[in-house]
Design a protein around this ligand. Structure first.
Ligand code: A3P
Length: 316
């Protein structure tokens, strides 16, 4: 589990001892590395990844902030890339019906933490992987190769609320008495595990504008409002050939919240690290923050967003 701090190498320990440290919302200790806050475990994973990962031109890397639609994006792109191998229209035998999306698409820094010797060259081509690593901290070969990045961003109020509820399930002891006002403050300041949200989004937003062939920027909201249109946009960006309307409809249906969240594997399954698969499916809505955030807390996030995204052209 990435919130625990065991199993880090001496080299990582030496680095960690020199980093700014804070007690954060969700975790008892977090460390600031290259502008972002991490647990020791994820930091170890990022360091291994930076050192060892060799990108290939054909690679596809899905990038998100946690709770921004990672699980959904993994399912959509997996189904899209494998549509000739696994038909999305014939019911019954698609891997997504029996396997949680996180097990079909490896999480780079997670794998590099849990299995540092994992051989990524064994993955079938094109290799599909995901990460939460910031654009700045990506392994050099990801930036210098022609591999493609699909970045999915979500409205910060919904992302915050999703993380708030996720945290309660994942780290009940750490979060039980943590006031939501303090969590919103930490979120706005960027001082939480995986934060800051703002810089992460802006870095990929700018990269997508500078190099639209390399980075595609999609939002959870667009995926929700027009899933089919976005699937075709992703398909075109990934240059993965003509896609039939029927295939698009099949992917939309197979990967929908209703479909995935009702499968046994996503209701009762566990990932190898012990996380219950059901924690990745909660409501799957746009604007669900209204149930959790007071007007003044929502305004606080909105004001921060306006300030941070000012002049970028990015809006929610
Ligand atoms: P909520 O907590 O708002 O419901 P991540 O996959 O990055 O961890 O993000 C989890 C969020 O995506 C959760 O949001 C979850 O319910 C939502 N989600 C998971 N699968 C989804 C799907 N197939 N369609 C839409 N939303 C989905």
């Amino acid at each position: 589990d990435y919130l625990r701090d065991d199993d880090v190498t001496q080299e990582a320990r030496d680095l960690i001892s020199s980093l700014p440290k804070e007690k954060g919302w969700l975790v008892s200790e977090m460390y600031q590395f290259q502008g972002r806050w991490h647990t020791q475990a994820l930091l170890q994973g990022i360091l291994n990844c930076q050192k060892q990962f060799e990108a290939k031109d054909s690679d596809i890397i899905l990038v998100t902030n946690p709770k921004s639609g990672t699980t959904w994006l993994k399912a959509l792109v997996f189904a899209l890339l494998n549509r000739h191998k696994f038909s999305v229209s014939s019911s019954g035998d698609h891997p997504l019906l029996v396997t949680n999306p996180h097990l079909l698409v490896p999480f780079l820094e997670g794998v590099y933490y849990e299995s540092p010797d994992f051989d990524f060259s064994e993955l079938p081509s094109p290799r599909l992987m995901n990460t939460h690593i910031s654009h700045f901290s990506l392994p050099e070969s990801v930036k210098s190769s022609s591999c493609k990045i699909v970045y999915c961003c979500r409205n910060p109020k919904d992302m915050f609320v999703s993380l708030w509820h996720f945290g309660k399930k994942l780290a009940p002891e750490e979060t039980a008495d943590y006031p939501i006002e303090k969590a919103v403050e930490a979120f706005c300041e960027g001082k939480f595990i995986g934060g800051p949200f703002w810089d992460h989004v802006l870095e990929y937003w700018n990269a997508s504008r500078e190099n639209p062939k390399k980075v595609l920027f999609v939002t959870y909201e667009d995926l929700k409002k027009q899933t089919g249109v976005e699937i075709k946009r992703i398909a075109e960006f990934l240059e993965c050939g003509f896609i039939e309307e029927e295939e698009v409809r099949g992917i939309v249906k197979l990967c929908s919240f209703e479909s995935l969240s009702n499968l046994d594997v996503n209701k009762e399954g566990k990932l190898p690290n012990g996380m219950e698969t059901k924690t990745f499916f909660r409501k799957g809505e746009i604007g669900g923050w209204k149930d959790t955030l007071s007007e003044s807390l929502a305004e606080q996030i909105d004001r921060t967003m306006e300030d941070k995204f000012q002049g970028s052209g990015l809006k929610f």
